[in-house]
Design a binder for this molecule. Structure first.
Ligand SMILES: Nc1ncnc2c1ncn2[C@@H]1O[C@H](COP(=O)(O)OP(=O)(O)OP(=O)(O)O)[C@@H](O)[C@H]1O
Ligand SMILES: [Mg+2]
Length: 265
């Protein structure tokens, strides 16, 4: 079914979550007596199918809650689909949740080793890349302090720095740029371009039309857990009505804000 260059196959995937409406035992009992629902399952992803070839660079877009992070978690293997299947080829790295794989009481330095190990790097490999990781994260003396006290930006910097230094075949990036400052965003975008140019598969979740244009050769738009669009980048951005921004704007997570509200159908 898969060719030798296929990187990711997502086949008729569903992911269900259970919502709980009541918190205490008493509230649950009262709700049950009244015949109200206390739980409700809903599909965060429904019948999602697509295939990605090795080296493709996909912009995964869609409104908040449309299922992007859930899809990335399935591709990454931290979650399993309730129906369908997800196949991936090769080593996967990336940043799918800020702080994932970090221990709050360990220092930045210790966490680099922990995180790298979780991502499948050997100690030798980590040692060899350590200086580059630290230089990329650029968090100064905070490297020696517990990450529990880091700002969200510092957290993202360290996590991203480790992730980009893993030799992977697939790189997943979920909103990594959302919390970084401008110089760091620029550095991340450059690094992701480098990853893309090296022939690795890139899966990039973003609301920023500008950086998706620069970075991706295909856009998948999720809508309420279903694939609403899959194809050309500009068409995908238009489909989402994210194309009001000026093309000469610097790629910026803010570059799609405002204006959109008025442009309903
Ligand atoms: N563990 C969970 N339990 C219950 N519901 C969940 C869980 N994880 C995600 N959801 C729900 O699944 C839906 C999709 O969430 P997801 O995080 O994938 O959205 P997203 O597209 O990444 O959104 P955003 O742009 O805000 O990051 C949301 O309605 C969310 O509330
Ligand atoms: Mg998300």
């Amino acid at each position: 079914m898969t060719s030798s260059t296929t990187s990711i196959v997502v086949d008729h995937v569903d992911k269900d979550f259970t919502l709980r409406y009541h918190r205490t035992a008493k509230q649950v009992a009262v709700a049950l007596m009244k015949g109200h629902d206390v739980t409700n399952t809903f599909k965060a992803l429904e019948d999602v199918s697509f295939t990605v070839e090795q080296g493709e660079s996909i912009g995964l877009m869609g409104l908040n809650g449309s299922g992007k992070s859930t899809l990335l978690k399935l591709v990454n293997g931290v979650m399993r689909p309730d129906a369908g299947s997800v196949l991936t080829r090769g080593r996967i790295a990336g940043l799918i949740a800020t702080g994932a794989g970090f221990h709050p009481q360990l220092t930045g330095r210790e966490n680099v080793f922990l995180n790298a190990a979780i991502l499948g790097m050997t100690e030798k490999e980590t040692l060899r890349k350590f200086d580059a990781i630290v230089e990329f994260a650029d968090i100064g003396r905070f490297l020696e302090t517990p990450v529990g006290n880091y700002s969200s930006g510092m957290f993202a910097r360290l996590g991203f720095a480790v992730a980009v230094h893993v030799d992977s075949d697939i790189f997943l990036a979920d909103e990594v740029l959302a919390v970084g400052d401008r110089p760091f965003k620029k550095k991340c975008l450059e690094k992701m371009q480098e990853i893309r140019d090296s022939g690795r598969t890139l899966f990039y979740v973003s609301h920023a039309a500008g950086s998706v244009r620069r970075m991706c050769d295909r856009v998948i738009v999720l809508e309420g857990g279903r694939v609403g669009f899959d194809g050309d980048v500009d068409e995908g951005i238009k489909y989402l009505k994210y194309d009001d921004n000026n093309p000469e704007n610097e790629p910026d997570e803010q570059d799609l804000e405002d204006e959109e509200e008025g442009s309903d159908i």
